[in-house]
Design a protein around this ligand. Sequence first.
Ligand code: IDC
Length: 637
Amino acid sequence: MKGFEIFKRLGIFICVLFITLITGTRAHAKDVRDYADVHPGDWFYRTVADVSEKGLMTGTDDTTFAPAQNLERGQLATILYRMAGSSDTGYVYIFPDVADGVFYSEAVTWAYQEGVITGYKDGTFGPGDKITREQLAAMLYRYAEKWGMDTSADGSIYEYPDGGSVSDFAKDAVSWAVGSGIIKGDKGNINPQGDVSRAVCATMIARFIAPPSVAPSVTGALHVDGARLCGSDGTAVQLKGISTHGLAWFPEYVNEDCFRQLHEEWNVNVIRLAMYTAESGGYCTDGDREALKNLIRDGVTYAKNQDMYVIIDWHILSDFNPNMHRNEAIDFFAEMSAEYADENHVLYEICNEPNSGTRWEEIKSYAEEVIGVIRAHDEDGVILVGTPNWSQFVDEAAADPITGYDNLMYTLHYYAATHTDDLRNRMAAALNKGLPIFVSEYGICDASGNGAINEEQANKWMELLDDRGISSVAWNLSNKGETSALFKESCSKTSGFEESDLSDSGKWLYAMLTGERRQPDSGEKEEDSMESEDKVCLTDGDIRIQARIKNSWQAEGKKVCQYELNLKNMADKACESWDIEIPFHSNITLSSGWNGNYTVDGKVLHITSKEYNGRIPAGGTVSDIGFIVSGGDGIKF
Ligand code: IDC
């Protein structure tokens, strides 16, 4: 084998190892729908689906997950062992009560050798013994330390009434588990010596392996850095959520149980409160202003209680020019921003969709005044500004953005069955100019909010938004008889929704938000594409680079490839910026790149971090870095 070949194989091996480490073995992947005792609507449905799909937990038999059964130590060893890639350690006799040939034998040997689970003082392991919540936290903590993951999160256990009863051995671990959201409290308590059911275990494991969540308690006050929305620590965040329908028409969905379910089960991290200004019941026409403001206040409170961001939306539509009700808007936003100046989770959307020929300069003049009013109270809350033509002409804002204020974003709205490549290109061009864009409303049907769904276009849009880290909010939270409503017209519930209550839009959205939307055969393709070498890993200093070809095509006789990168900081301390080189086999031409500063030197692409993604915690990763090059004949590793 030639030297190069060996390196190549080694690269693929490392890459497979890396993928295995982060995704677990795929061999035992299981479909949650096979379990007869786990149903959509169960609080643990999504997390069981998650750990099953990753092959970390399998059922007690083919059709039983046994969510209420206590987790046993042997089972936990097996889960952690799978998470670590199930390398072949071989069974070694260590514990008299762990015989060879049981499903957990090898896992227990591994867990003991790695110091992740220790045995009892009397020399036994107790594979059938139950586990307590604090023990599970301690084991995950040791696992995280072992694999160089970030364990710096530090939650205050004393904020819980029973925080003082956490055992000494588990104090650090439980603080970390609380701080990183792995333990969220059991009816308001930590309940450290409480048993762990298999459903609770699935939930804690799912949170452990999930990327850090975007939520006010984690990502704090948002700000805008360049074109990106960022959390308080400067890392880029992507919000994904749901808009109410008109508050005056569908007020009943503003309730805490509904918001809780959207957050906990649907993964929603932002709610938009849409208050029409001119339609019937509108704030500036015949609406009850106090009642509307109180609905907004309730919505803001429920969102806060459920750890979600919230957008207060001044929903102009038939009043096509925001200047039509400029004075009312000024009074309204003065009042709201005074109330919410200190709240980290509130965003302001000052004009939903200017339309009917309203020009950008008219919107800009309105926006400058309203922003000034908001800033007099709330110095830094994020403000979303609508753009001409039903919030589609972001290019006009990009050509002449508002200056003098921070933390502004411009909205783009799409309805996937109506708006396709043209609008996507318009958006990409504005982003490339550095315009911060927020998709504060979209639908997967046509622009009337009704008509047929175009799932292919819906997925194309979401892929682009994910690629560029753009936040998005789906229209609408109601059971109105229209395609964009998330619930069937026959569903009169306002919380406790089940799968059978969802419209087709609702089903698509739920699957997308909970990660169940899959491109055909994506799981397998991941492995295949590594074989075919379009997924490579290299290391530059402490940064491990994982590169993947997302798309490729021919242009002017050359192969053009769109790459996606994931960087991982392998060092044991955080870095503040990064600087990587990617060597290709031959000269390259760069046509675009995002979330990094790019220079080309012959065969080498040089990328440095942006201000908002330079910091990577020890063991942490940065994704969404992408570029398009022609030539190159592939990355050389
Ligand atoms: C639609 C509602 C519909 C309501 C109508 C009022 O879905 O039930 O009768 O408004 O005029 C938008 C708007 C949003 C629209 C939606 C669908 O922001 O208010 O909601 N849409 O037409 N922009 C593009 C589409």
